[in-house]
Design a protein around this ligand. Structure first.
Ligand SMILES: [Zn+2]
Ligand SMILES: [Zn+2]
Length: 254
């Protein structure tokens, strides 16, 4: 499975972009960053977008991706999410006030956007990838995902504070090839991490103990750019070389 990192931060600066991962060139996992990085041709290749939850750093690229599809007959994108996400996108974003309702704008005989519901704990095939979401522990309804292609499975946590179910499932998956886990704040900001449903390096270390799969490579994402230096130093101190900090432009191949 190929995963290209378009953005891997929890906020934005000239050097850091909000979350967006391009899977197999055709599936966008999180839409925080897309059109500011990919050429128009590469944007047109995307057929599906998966959104873990409604926070702005995960959706803000979607309006421009949709806009860039206009006038391309047959080009359409299916947006996958749990019902709370799809309802929120319809009522708060594509509501003909903030941005047009792209489900009612046609490219030839198809709508530019289509919404498709993901059911928790059920597997949905999206192109070549099978996706299975589980609830995680954030301030609003949010999911972590198992992404499977052939004999390779990647676990993506989305945004979450310490959680349980994804680790229980992950322990039982012999084909687990990689973990992408969020970390947002340094240990000194543990209180803020807790109230905002995020993790510090110490929390990440505890979550990895729950997963108990030391052979699985671990990648961290969602650092708040302002605290990235402190977070990386603490991860190094706690976990040494056991985790890799993702960077915009990285291409992972599992
Ligand atoms: Zn986020
Ligand atoms: Zn969030």
């Amino acid at each position: 499975m190929k995963i290209e990192v378009l953005g891997c931060h929890g906020s934005e600066t000239p050097a850091a972009k909000t979350v967006g991962f391009l899977v197999e060139d055709r599936i966008l996992l999180e839409a925080g960053t897309v059109s500011s990085v990919l050429t128009l041709d590469r944007q047109l290749a995307i057929h599906s977008v998966i959104i873990s939850h409604l926070h702005l750093d995960h959706i803000k690229g979607l309006p421009f991706l949709a806009d860039n599809l206009i006038g391309e007959p047959g080009s359409a994108i299916t947006v996958y999410g749990i019902d709370e996400v799809l309802e929120g996108l319809k009522s708060h974003l594509f509501n003909d006030a903030i941005w047009p309702d792209f489900t009612r704008i046609a490219n030839g005989d198809v709508s530019v956007l289509r919404f498709a519901s993901l059911q928790k704990r059920a597997t949905t095939r999206i192109g070549e990838v099978e996706v299975t979401p589980y609830p995680v522990n954030h301030t609003i309804p949010s999911i972590g995902l198992f992404l499977r292609k052939g004999d390779c499975t990647v676990l993506y946590t989305g945004d979450t504070a310490p959680t349980e179910e994804i680790w229980k499932i992950g322990r039982q998956r012999p084909d687990l090839s990689a973990l992408l886990i969020e970390v947002s704040f340094p240990d000194s900001m543990e209180r803020i991490a807790k109230v905002s449903g995020h993790m510090t390096p110490t929390m990440v270390a505890r979550e990895l103990e729950k997963l108990d799969r030391p052979e699985v490579p671990v990648y961290v994402f969602h650092m708040k750019p302002k605290y990235e230096g402190a977070i990386i130093a603490e991860l190094q101190h706690l976990l040494g070389g056991a985790v890799t900090v993702l960077r915009e432009g990285d291409v992972l191949q599992f």
